[in-house]
Design a protein around this ligand. Sequence first.
Ligand code: C2O
Ligand code: CU
Ligand code: CU
Length: 470
Amino acid sequence: MKRRQFLTTSAAALAMTQAGFGFGGRSARAASPSSQARLKMPPLLDTRQTGRLALSARAGSLSLSGGPANATAGFSQDYLGPTIIMQNGPLAADVENTLEEAISVHWHGLLVPGDHDGGPHVPISPGQRWTPDMNIAQQPGTAWYHSHIHGRTAQQVYSGLAGVIQVTDGRDAERGLPVDYGVDDLTLVLQDRRVDGDGRMVYDPSMMDVMHGFMGNRMLVNGQVGAVAAVPAGLVRLRLLNGSNARSYDLSFDDGRLMHLVATDSGFLPAPVALTVLSLSPGERVEILVDFASGGAPVLMSGIEQPFGVLDFAVDDTMPARITVLPDGFGSALEDLSGTEMRTRELSLDMGMGGMMMGGGGGFAINQRAFAMDRIDLEVALGSVERWIIRSTMIPHPFHVHGVQFRVVRENGAPPRPQNNGWKDTVLVPGETEIIMRFDQPASRDKPFMFHCHILEHEDAGMMGQFTVS
Ligand code: C2O
Ligand code: CU
Ligand code: CU
């Protein structure tokens, strides 16, 4: 059967990227700010009244800054999917696949059993639907969803099969947090995409691209290049998802203004933490509050050596500045699992240059074993707490575990950086990172959970394993 060709490929694009990335200077701002498109939010899909959620994976097209139309894919739209708002309780999902290849919908960050998790063992064939009856029971936080077919995840996510989830308990206004979607509460999906000389988006990873992960030369926020986010002159909540295949961002504002971190992947911190630089690796989410009361047109930047603009902001005095005081806390302290009796496992995230050069699959593996659909790597006891010591080889790898929320207890022998000192499900492992988690969701041999590097080219190449919880 003919596989749908999502994207054109081009050798010219590759040559250009290898010559250096073309993000340009300090600002993503177009020559004349008045011609800059306004940043759009993904549409909202609020499931709180109905307890239902319908998505349709479909083909679409996307043109980047006036260039040619690219063949893309999205959930119920051309590229990416709606922001799904959900609360605790029953949630009946219905996902249809109108594409010509199998996809899956993994709820990255939702605590659901293996058979609802949407990993590689739960494919939705072309023309079929998947209808898990889920139950949501977790702390509020920003999660996301994306396709997760083994060997095809990188290409499918790159094409657009991803979206954001907000788990809410309806109490954010009481917490003193901005809640006006698209006004003072912005959802920002950060993705880099590679664009060739003709303005076409390409996905054509070379051997080196697989080694480093596929990087782009254009910055997209919510599928737009060079847009400007209009914000009120008050505190604005930014929910950031790094939805890139491989690029990590070191975020900061060009004028050095503070980012008040209020939530990590899996929920709120006890109190805001003020940072000037925040790193975000693939798969990670953060919520930050930024004070725009001083006005102006600050730029969110990334990169320390070669900084580039991620998103321009423009303060609009006509917008309502509802929140002007930084909340001092969100209640409860973080649960400490470190006193619990636990089993320790060690995992090395392997990649071998030799294997790559010999064309032997690249040696992408965990503990020397490349991912295999029919092999269970670990068996974990339901309700138990475990300590995993994860080691990266060659480059830092973002490590993700399905079906859990974890705490980072050590990073390279030291206590975790402040931005990792909260509940998480994905963490960049610079060298050696120690995490602790409790396994409360069951997963069977047929529908196991995954653990993997979230550089999608590494994951597809075998840097992934699977485990049962019973
Ligand atoms: Cu975000 Cu196993 O994935
Ligand atoms: Cu996940
Ligand atoms: Cu990796």
